[in-house]
Design a protein around this ligand. Structure first.
Ligand code: B3K
Ligand code: ZN
Length: 855
C-alpha cells in the first residue's frame, strides 16, 4: 500500500461549495443521489477526482446532462471527470448495502438502525466525493425510508421539512448551514425514543437537545443529558464558546468502532458512553460518559467550526479537545484524582507506544492507513502539549490565545502550526523550541542530581534531559521542558514556594541557598511535563513526600515510587522491604484530612504492566509473584484497618455524591487487601458484597476480586452475574472483560472457552474488545511462557480482520512489544506477527501495524 506523507500535501484542485444528498434508505439496497456544486480552485486544467471506496456509479451527469461512460473513468476507486468550465453541477448515483457493511465505516446497520461513521475516510463509502478535511461544503440532505421500520430520520444541522410518501414511506430534509468537511457528515434512521430537553445559551438562544436510544434504554439517559448541559455551560464560561444550531442530537448505537463521533449537530455514540444507571454502570462508567459527552460536544468548536487541514493535523482537534474534556472533568469532580487518572492512562497507553516500534510524533510524518493514527500519542500526549502551553502562558493569556485561534480560524481547515502561532500571537510568547514536541517522538527522560553542602547550606540541582531514538528519528534535539518543583524542609514539613523552570538545553544547573539541613525535592509537580523522571530518592524522602507533599499528584507519585522501588528490588533478588510501604499506607488511610477517593488511588499498588515498564526486560511471572506477595503483606499487616474501612465505607442506599463514590472506591481497595491477606472469611466477605450490592460499582469490584481466587464463590458469582444481566449487552461485556483480566493461571484457557460462548461475537467491537483487548492488557496471562496467549490473539486478529480491519488493527500493538521481553517470548511474539503479516488478503490497517511492529 502507498505511503502518504505530510510533506506531500497539496491544496484541493476542486472545491465543493454545496452538496445535495438524497437517500432512499433500505438495509440491503440504499440508493444515494448526490449533486455537487463544484468550482475549480485556481488556474489548472486537471480533472475532477471524486474518492470512492467500493462504489460503482449507476449514473453520472454534469449540469443536468447524463454523461456516457466514455466521459468518466474509475481510477482504482476514484471517479475521474474532465470538466470544461470553472463551475459545474455534478450528479452521481450509487447503491450501497448497509446490512453487509461489517467494517462499520460509511453507512451501516446496527441493531435495527441505519447509521453512519465517516471519520476519517468513510464518506467515500457512501458517495463519490473529495473525501478530505480541507474541502468544506454546505449540506442539504433528504432521507426517504419505510416509516414503520425507520420512524425517526436524523441528519446534521436543522430539520427543515418532512412528509409522507406512498407505500408506507416517509421523508425528512435536514439542512446544515455551517460548511463542513465530509468526515463530519452523519445520518441515522431507526426506531428510537428521545430524552428531550433544552438549553438556553449565553446569548439567550434556546437549543433543543435530544438523546436518542432504544425505548427500553430511555431511563438510562439522564446522566448523559446532565453531562451535556454541564458541558455546554462550561464551554461558554471557560472558553466563551456558544452552541450554534437550534438542535443538538446524540444517538446511541451498539456497534461502534470507537467511543463516539462529533458529527456536526448529530453526535453518534457507542452506547457504552451514553447509558447508565446504578444497577448496570460503575462509577468509572459514569465518569467516562461525562467526559466523552463533553469531549464530543467540545469538538463543535475545536474540530467542527475549526477543523484539520489534513489528517497529519489530527492532534489539532484531538489533543486540544482531550485537554478541554480533562479540565471539564477536573472541574466537575476532584481535580487531584482526575490528574492522577489521566497520568495513569498516559503512562499505560502513550508511554508504551512511545517506547515501541509504533512510536510516532504527535504530528505524524507519514501513514499507510490513517485509522491507525487515532492513538494515545495524538490524543493524550497531544493533550499534554496543550497543558504545557497553558502552563507557560498562565490562564489569562491562554484564554487570549484560544480566543484568537477561534476567531482567526473560524470556518477554516488549519494546521497544528496555525494553533501554535495563534497561541504565540494571542498569548505573547515565543514557542519556537516548544514546537519540537509536535515533531519529535519519544518520551524525554529527565535525570536529577542533587548535592547538598552542609557548610554553606546550599543545594545544587542538576537536571539533564535525553530523548530516546524512535523509528525514523535516531537523533533528537533538546526539548523545552517545563519543570515544576518545590524544596521541603524536613524539619517543618514546609516548602518555600513552588518554582517553575524551563529546561531548554541538555542540562541545567541550579543553586538554592539557606537550608539548615538537606531539603527534600518534590519534582515534576502536577506532572506538568510528560516525561520520565529518574531521581534517586531514598525511601525516607519518598515516605516524607507521601505523607507531607501538598501537591496531590506528587504525593501519590511518591507513594507509588516507594512501592515500585520495593518491588523492583525484590524482583532482582533482595528481600521484600515492606515496612516503610506499610507505614505510609497506614498513615494515609488513617489521615482524616484526606479525600477518600485520593486515598484509594494512593494506596493501590502499581499495575503489573507499569512495573514491567520500569524493567529492562519484563519478567511477567516475577512481577506477578512479587506484587501478590506485597499485596498479601499489606493485607496481613493492616488487616484490622482494612476490615474497619470496609465496614465503615458501606452505605445504606445508593447515592452519586462525591462522598458516596469515594467510599465505594476505597471500600473496593480495602476488600482487595482483605482478601489478599488470606483472612479465612475473605471470600465470603467478597461474595457478601457481590450479592448484597445495590449498585454495579460494588458488585463488579467484588467480582473482579473473586475471579482471581480458586474458591467456590468464584464460579457462583460468575454464574449469578451472568444470570442477572443476560440480555444487557453492556453488562455482559463486563462479564467477559472481568474474566479476561483475571489473575488466574488458566486465563488463556478461560478466554479461549469464552470465545466459544453463545454470547460471543467478533462482529460487535465492544464484545471483541471486552475479551481480547482486556486479555492482551493482562500482562501475566497474555505473556504466559507457553506462548498460547500470543497465538490466541493472533488468531483473533486474523479472523477479525476479515470483518472489521480497524478494530482488528487495534489488537496488534501488544504483540509489537516483543523487544521488551526475554528471547523466548520475543521470538514467539515475532512469529505470530510474521504469521499475521503473511496472511493473504490482509487489510491495509493490520498490514501496516504488523509490518511496523516487526521492524
Ligand atoms: N473523532 C472521533 C474519532 C473517530 C475515528 C474512528 N477511526 C472520536 C473523537 O475523538 O471524538
Ligand atoms: Zn475527539
Amino acid at each position: 500500500p502507498p505511503v502518504i506523507r505530510r510533506e506531500d500535501y497539496q491544496p484541493p484542485l476542486w472545491l465543493v461549495d454545496h452538496i445535495r444528498l438524497e437517500f432512499d434508505l433500505d438495509a440491503h439496497a440504499t440508493r444515494v443521489k448526490a449533486r455537487l456544486s463544484v468550482t475549480r480552485a485556481g488556474r489548472h486544467d486537471r480533472p475532477l477526482r471524486l474518492d470512492g471506496d467500493g462504489l460503482v456509479p449507476l449514473s453520472v451527469a454534469v449540469d443536468g446532462k447524463a454523461l456516457s461512460p466514455a466521459d468518466w473513468r474509475l481510477d482504482d476507486d476514484v471517479l475521474v471527470i474532465a470538466l470544461p468550465g470553472n463551475a459545474h453541477e455534478v450528479e452521481t448515483e450509487v447503491q450501497i448495502a448497509p446490512a453487509t457493511n461489517t467494517q462499520l465505516m460509511g453507512l451501516y446497520a446496527s441493531g435495527g438502525l441505519l447509521c453512519t461513521q465517516c471519520e476519517p475516510e468513510g464518506f467515500r463509502r457512501i458517495t463519490f466525493f473529495p473525501d478530505r478535511p480541507d474541502v468544506l461544503s454546505r449540506y442539504d440532505v433528504t432521507m426517504r425510508a419505510d416509516k414503520a421500520t425507520y420512524p425517526v430520520l436524523l441528519a446534521n444541522g436543522d430539520p427543515v421539512e418532512q412528509g409522507e410518501l406512498p407505500d408506507g414511506r416517509h421523508w425528512a430534509r435536514w439542512v446544515d448551514p455551517y460548511p463542513k468537511p465530509s468526515y463530519l457528515f452523519a445520518m441515522v434512521a431507526g426506531d428510537l425514543a428521545c430524552n428531550a430537553d433544552s438549553f438556553t445559551t449565553m446569548s439567550g438562544r434556546a437549543v433543543r437537545l435530544g438523546i436518542w436510544v432504544r425505548e427500553e434504554d430511555l431511563p438510562r439517559t439522564s446522566h448523559a443529558m446532565t453531562a451535556l448541559k454541564n458541558s455546554m455551560a462550561w464551554d461558554e464560561r471557560v472558553y466563551g464558546r456558544e452552541y450554534d444550531l437550534d438542535v443538538f442530537n446524540i444517538v446511541a448505537v451498539s456497534d461502534f468502532n470507537f467511543g463516539a463521533m462529533e458529527n456536526k449537530g448529530l453526535n453518534i455514540f457507542n452506547s457504552r458512553y451514553v447509558l447508565a444507571d446504578p444497577e448496570t454502570a460503575t462509577d468509572p462508567d459514569y465518569d467516562a460518559i461525562e467526559s466523552v459527552v463533553a469531549h464530543e460536544y467540545f469538538h463543535n468548536w475545536s474540530g467542527d467550526r475549526v477543523t484539520c487541514r489534513d489528517w497529519f493535523q489530527l492532534s489539532l482537534k484531538e489533543g486540544f479537545t482531550v485537554y478541554r474534556d480533562q479540565c471539564f472533568s477536573a472541574d466537575m469532580g476532584s481535580a487531584a484524582v482526575k490528574r492522577i487518572e489521566d497520568v495513569r492512562t498516559l503512562r499505560a497507553a502513550q508511554f508504551q507506544e512511545d517506547a515501541g516500534p509504533l512510536a510516532h510524533p504527535v504530528r505524524p510524518e507519514s501513514y499507510m492507513e490513517i485509522s491507525n493514527f487515532y492513538t494515545a500519542t495524538v490524543y493524550n500526549k497531544g493533550a499534554e502539549l496543550i497543558r504545557m502551553i497553558a502552563l507557560l502562558l498562565g490562564p489569562e493569556r491562554f484564554r487570549q490565545g484560544t480566543d484568537l485561534y477561534f476567531e482567526r480560524h473560524d470556518g477554516q481547515a488549519v494546521t497544528c502550526e496555525d494553533f501554535v502561532k495563534a497561541m504565540e500571537d494571542g498569548g505573547g510568547i515565543d514557542l519556537g523550541q516548544f514546537r519540537l514536541w509536535y515533531s519529535q517522538a519519544g518520551t524525554p527522560r529527565l535525570t536529577v542530581r542533587q548535592r547538598y553542602d552542609p557548610a554553606s547550606g546550599s543545594l545544587s540541582i542538576t537536571l539533564r534531559q535525553t530523548v530516546p531514538p524512535t523509528p525514523g528519528q535516531p537523533e533528537k534535539a533538546p526539548m523545552a521542558i517545563p519543570v515544576k518543583f518545590a524544596l521541603f524542609d524536613p524539619a517543618t514539613g514546609e516548602h518555600g514556594g513552588e518554582e517553575l523552570v524551563v529546561l531548554t538545553r541538555d542540562q541545567l544547573e541550579m543553586r538554592r541557598e539557606g537550608f539548615a539541613q538537606a531539603p527534600v525535592l518534590s519534582l515534576n509537580r502536577g506532572f506538568a511535563a510528560p516525561v520520565i523522571v529518574e531521581a534517586e530518592q531514598s525511601a525516607q524522602d519518598l515516605a516524607f513526600l507521601a505523607a507531607r507533599d501538598d501537591d496531590p499528584f506528587s504525593r501519590y507519585e511518591a507513594m507509588q515510587q516507594l512501592m515500585i522501588n520495593g518491588l523492583l528490588a525484590h524482583i532482582s533478588g533482595a528481600p521484600l522491604e515492606s515496612d516503610v510501604i506499610i507505614d505510609s499506607i497506614r498513615r494515609t488511610i488513617t489521615d482524616p484530612t484526606l479525600d477518600r477517593s485520593f486515598v484509594a488511588e494512593a494506596v493501590r499498588l502499581p499495575s503489573e504492566a507499569y512495573l514491567g515498564d520500569q524493567m529492562q526486560v519484563v519478567d511477567p511471572d516475577a512481577i506477578h509473584a512479587a506484587r501478590e506477595r506485597l499485596m498479601t503483606g499489606i493485607g496481613e499487616a493492616l488487616e484490622s484497618e482494612w476490615r474497619a474501612l470496609h465496614a465503615e465505607c458501606a452505605r445504606n442506599g445508593f447515592s452519586l455524591s462525591a462522598d458516596a463514590r469515594a467510599a465505594r472506591k476505597l471500600r473496593g481497595v480495602a476488600l482487595s487487601y482483605l482478601v489478599a491477606s488470606g483472612a479465612p472469611d475473605g471470600a465470603a466477605l467478597a461474595f457478601g458484597q457481590f450479592d448484597r450490592a445495590d449498585n454495579m460499582t460494588e458488585r463488579q469490584a467484588a467480582l473482579a476480586i473473586l475471579v482471581n481466587r480458586e474458591t467456590p464463590e468464584r464460579d457462583q458469582a460468575l454464574a449469578a452475574f451472568y444470570r442477572r444481566y443476560a440480555g444487557n449487552a453492556l453488562v455482559v461485556d463486563k462479564w467477559f472483560q472481568t474474566q479476561a483480566l483475571a489473575f488466574h493461571p488458566d486465563t488463556v484457557e478461560i478466554v479461549q472457552a469464552l470465545a466459544g460462548h453463545a454470547d460471543f461475537t467478533l462482529a460487535n467491537p465492544n464484545r471483541a474488545r471486552a475479551l481480547y483487548s482486556a486479555f492482551a492488557a493482562n500482562q501475566w496471562a497474555f505473556n504466559r511462557a507457553d506462548g498460547k496467549g500470543y497465538r490466541m490473539v493472533a488468531d483473533a486478529i486474523i479472523a477479525l480482520d476479515k470483518l472489521n480491519p480497524q478494530t482488528a488493527a487495534r489488537l496488534v500493538p501488544p504483540l509489537g512489544r516483543w523487544r521488551r521481553f526475554d528471547g523466548a517470548r520475543g521470538a514467539m511474539m515475532r512469529a505470530e506477527l510474521e504469521r499475521i503479516a503473511a496472511t493473504p488478503g490482509l487489510s491495509r490497517d493490520v498490514l501496516e501495524q504488523a509490518t511496523k511492529s516487526l521492524a
